[in-house]
Design a protein around this ligand. Structure first.
Ligand code: SF4
Ligand code: SF4
Length: 265
């Protein structure tokens, strides 16, 4: 195993200073601890200094795609069907602390494996399957430092306009979708419904139907596969409704909308 000459020190609870000033096995350091019955026992811990491809971050979230990553799309490392859009105003739940927040701008991300937060490119045996060509957000992320944020995201993020800006029909459809299915409107309607404004049920149902219908229309018009629709339109309102505490059931051609007592995790 490689050796590491790095020096660091830890102040232990009893005031003693532990210094790593001798050669240790790569990243593994030892300090003396105690068993529950008070007997001395050596404890080992790892101090990372670079990415060892453990995959912890890949299982927790998926990367935001930046303009710098455009070459990965052009080269086909990442395809349109492996991405999805999070629209401005969309309610999200943090995989780190479980808190909910609303996304302040449109972003495009790698899709997670269905039913999890894990990145689509993560393989339990192999780790990241595109590691040498992973997106720049993954390259910038250093779990061993406090460098968790991408600064200047507003200017750096890739948007649908960057990808499809020249295609007139798409611009028109995206604009119409935003007008009719704005997430700010969706949020407000649900908030007011929870306060007792029952008329909003039909408005919410109308939005959900419009969202689904427009997708079907574009899919047929441009002969698209279902897989690219999350990039074109983001997640359906039908899909995200449970995050807002709505239960939607389809009975024949009708939707039945109910408010759940608890918002979905
Ligand atoms: S950056 Fe991610 S994959 Fe690399 S060591 Fe840290 S947690 Fe593991
Ligand atoms: S692209 Fe690779 S490094 Fe980045 S989150 Fe996905 S699996 Fe991890």
């Amino acid at each position: 195993m490689e050796e590491d000459n790095s020096k660091f020190e830890i102040i232990l609870p009893d005031g003693k200073v532990y210094r790593s000033d001798k050669k240790e096995k790569k990243n593994i350091h030892t300090i003396q601890g105690y068993t529950p019955d008070g007997k001395p026992k050596n404890m080992q811990f790892a101090a990372k200094k670079n990415c060892d491809r453990c995959g912890e971050c890949c299982r927790r979230d998926t990367p935001i795609i930046l303009k710098d990553d455009m070459s990965l799309l052009i080269e086909g490392v990442i395809s349109e069907s492996e991405l999805y859009t999070i629209r401005e105003g969309e309610k999200l739940r943090s995989s780190i602390d479980g808190d909910s927040y609303y996304c302040s701008m449109e972003i495009i991300k790698v899709r997670p494996i269905f039913g999890s937060f894990t990145c689509l490119f993560y393989d339990p045996l192999e780790g990241c399957t595109i590691y040498e060509k992973r997106p720049s957000a993954c390259r910038q992320f250093e779990c061993w430092t406090q460098n968790y944020e991408i600064t200047g995201l507003e200017g750096k993020r890739l948007t649908r306009k960057d990808l499809f800006g020249e295609i007139e029909i798409l611009n028109e459809v995206f604009k119409r979708h935003e007008d009719k299915c704005s997430l700010y409107k969706f949020n407000d309607l649900i908030e007011d419904l929870k306060k007792g404004k029952e008329d909003n049920v039909s408005k919410i149902a109308e939005m959900i139907l419009y969202d689904l219908t427009l997708r079907d229309w574009l899919k047929e018009k441009l002969t698209l596969s279902d897989e690219v629709l999350p990039l074109f339109f983001g997640r359906t309102l039908f899909e995200i409704a449970p995050f807002y505490g709505l239960i939607i059931e389809k009975e024949d051609e009708n939707f039945v909308i109910k408010i759940s007592q608890e918002e979905e995790e």
